[in-house]
Each structure stands twice: as C-alpha cells, then as structure tokens.
Design a protein. Structure first.
Lengths: 327, 83
C-alpha cells in the first residue's frame, strides 16, 4: 500500500494502547503522526475478552470496545494508522529511516510501541497443530470448541482470564500450571474458583508434548513434577498462555539497546540510547504490562517527543548528541 | 483484482476486523460470514481451510476461479493473494 507522503514528524511502530495514547497527544498538537501496525489495532488489549482494571469503566469493558474507542479518539485528531510492518530502523543524521511494507519513510522521531506477543511453549506438536488444535487467542478461536474438552497451559493473568472465557464453550478444561500456585491476580483466582465444575487446575504439571491423530489434537502429555510420573490429558484443543515476548526483531542492527530479556531500555524521558527513538508500553524494559500503564507511558512519551521535536529543527547531529546524549 | 473475497469471522475476533479493514483500504469488495450468526457455515470454513479451527479465514477467488485461502491475520500472505 502506497503512502501519500514519505516524511513524518513522528512514526509510531505499533498501534496498541501505548501507541494510540501517544498518537492522541501528538496529533492534538499538530505533530504529523503515522502509526504502523502489523497485527491488531489495540494490540493484545483488543483480543482480550474483558478488561476489569482500566480506570473509568465501573463495570469493566470489552477489550475490543476499549481498543476501538482509543483508535477513534486518536484518529479524530488526525493520527493515521497504516496496516503494515516496519522491518528495519536506522538513524541517519538527524532523521530516522524506516523500511516498511509501504516503502521507505523518514521521521524526525520514532516511538517504539510494538508491545509483546504470546510466547510459544516450544514442545513437540505445538507448531504442527498450530491453528488446528493449538491456539493463542481464546476470543478468536474459542467458539470452535463448543462442548469439547480443552487444555489451557499457564497460570498467569492471561491463562486465568482466557480460561474463564473458554468455559462458555468447553465441556471441560484442564488447566496445566507449571508452578505450585497460580500467578494471576487474586480477583481472577477467585473467579476461577467459581468455575470448578468445568475447570480443573493441575499444579506442578509441565506440558511436554501435544499429540494428535488424523490431523486433530487428541491429548497433551505432561509430567507431574512432584511424583515425576508422566500424565496425560485427553483434549480436542490446547490454548497456550505462558507469558509474553517483546516484539523487537525489527530493531536488529538499529543500535537500540535491549535488556537481557529482549525488552527495550530507556531513560527517564522514555528515550532509548538512540536520540530521537523513544519507547513506551509492554515492549519497554521495566514495563508493568498493564493497559493503564501503557496509556500513561504513551502520554509521557508524547510529551517528551514534543520537547525533542521542539529542539530538533535545525539541530546538527552534534547538537542532538550534546542535548540528548549519544548513547 | 480478485473476483470475490469471503472472510469467515466471529463476533469476538478482533483480527477479523483487521482483515476487513485491510481489504477495504485496498478497495477490495468482500463478503463477511459471521460464524456466530450463521453457525451452520462453520463446517464450510473448516473444510475450505483444510481443517483450521480459527478465524479469520479469508478465501480469495481469483478471476480464473482459483482459490487462495489465508488462515489468520497474515498480511504477508493476504497482500499478494489479492494483487
């Protein structure tokens, strides 16, 4: 898809809550803002069934509804969202060059807000049965398992929330938790207890292999970590929620510094070690992985970017280095 | 341009909306089949995708009537399929 122009004040990579919040602020201030999103607008929030902890919604809000509202609000002030992918970023003088599915573009500043994606467990059968019995999005694929048995892998907030959602469809769910306890919030743990008739939690249980016959998943093999014995769960499908990995592959060769887990490092201004490249939301090292935090970080980043852009005009590379450090 | 495009979706699938938005932006007319509203077509979606139990499933019928099926929200496959 061709863009109508190639030079922007700000390009935001991602269109989740942090990105949309930043775009709302920058667009309102007439900062020419383009967002690139390769997945769902709204990010993981958009594929979350229900959000109970975002301020302003006393009764909670559907993730998709919240995302749609954030998108509409950013677009109302002129933010443009391009469905496509950024594959490479490089700093050239005072400008930042981006290789994208819509061609090469430049920006005075870039905000990395790519968030994170659901982690794979990396066991035999996981990739073989991807979308044919192994899934990472309950709101997308849960309806295919009406009156079927399911396995949910994981014990954190996503696993608990999506497991509860899947009880609408499944006849029974076995939830396999590697640790001796859940790591989700107390509220979700109590909610899980309300679904005991349909959902059984197996603690200290690893997921070792996903097995199928004739192209369909039939069982999950695991290990009881206490007894060391192999365990087996008959199932029609597996939903995996074992944590998040930051979406940073496109930063290879950019010079942007990552932490040991692959999240993007930043200073107190939410700027990376590369002047002009900022970061906000789940992809940032130290992020709390909450929608409310992400929108707050997006607003903060927008204000810092505005300040950076005010200094940017007619700045030499040396001046940028003096004002903002050179990494 | 494709001859016609069908997107199998559900009410709660946000990636389905992304597919529709992408096709609309490309000026490609498309027909949405919401499997929550017409569950009797669920088997058709599973069969056309070769057994995939997921949405979105996008079926692109080209001018020569060949079909290209894109499973999930995958712009890398969808963009060339409609070109």
């Amino acid at each position: 898809m061709e863009l109508d122009k190639k030079d922007y004040d700000l390009v935001i990579v991602g269109a989740g809550p942090a990105a949309l919040s930043a775009a709302l602020y920058t667009s309102r201030e007439d900062i020419d803002t383009l967002l690139f999103e390769k997945g769902a607008i709204g990010g993981l929030a958009a594929v979350t069934d229900w959000v109970d902890n975002y301020p302003g919604f006393a009764k909670g809000v559907a993730g998709l509804e919240l995302s749609d509202a954030m998108q509409a609000q950013a677009e109302r002030f002129g933010a443009k969202i391009e469905l496509g992918e950024v594959s490479k970023i490089s700093k050239e003088g005072n400008l930042i060059k981006l290789e994208t599915t819509s061609g090469q573009i430049t920006a005075k500043a870039v905000l990395i807000a790519t968030g994170s994606e659901y982690r794979k467990i990396g066991v035999p059968g996981e990739m073989e049965y991807y979308a044919r019995g192994v899934h990472y999005c309950a709101t997308c694929d849960g309806a295919f398992y009406r009156d079927k048995r399911l396995v949910v892998v994981g014990g954190g907030n996503s696993a608990a929330q999506e497991g509860i959602f899947l009880t609408r469809f499944a006849s029974h769910i076995d939830m396999l938790v590697r640790r001796d306890r859940l790591t989700c919030s107390d509220v979700l743990e109590k909610e899980l207890a309300n679904h005991k008739d349909k959902l059984t939690i197996h603690y200290n249980t690893t997921t070792d292999e996903i097995v199928g016959e004739n192209g369909h998943v039939t069982k999950v093999l695991g290990t009881d970590k206490i007894t060391g014995k192999k365990v087996e769960f008959s199932t029609d499908g597996v939903f995996v929620f074992v944590g998040l990995d930051p979406t940073t592959k496109f930063l290879e060769g950019s010079g942007v510094e990552l932490d040991e887990r692959g999240f993007v490092k930043s200073d107190t201004r939410l700027m990376t070690n590369v002047p002009g490249i900022f970061v906000a939301g789940d992809v940032r090292s130290g992020a709390t992985l909450q929608i409310a935090s992400a929108t707050g970080e997006g607003a903060t980043a927008a204000l810092m970017i505005r300040e950076y852009l005010e200094h940017h005009e007619n700045m030499s590379t040396a001046t940028v280095a003096t004002l903002y450090g050179d990494g | 341009m494709a001859k016609n495009i069908t997107i199998f979706t559900t009410n709660t699938c946000s990636y389905c909306g992304m597919v529709k938005r992408f096709l609309d932006m490309k000026g490609q007319s498309n027909q949405v089949v919401n499997l929550d509203e017409v569950p009797e077509r669920r088997q058709e979606a599973i069969e056309v995708s070769g057994g995939a139990l997921t949405v979105p499933i996008t079926v692109v019928t080209k001018q020569d009537d060949t079909k290209h099926v894109v499973i999930g929200y995958n712009l890398a496959q969808l963009a060339p399929a409609i070109s």
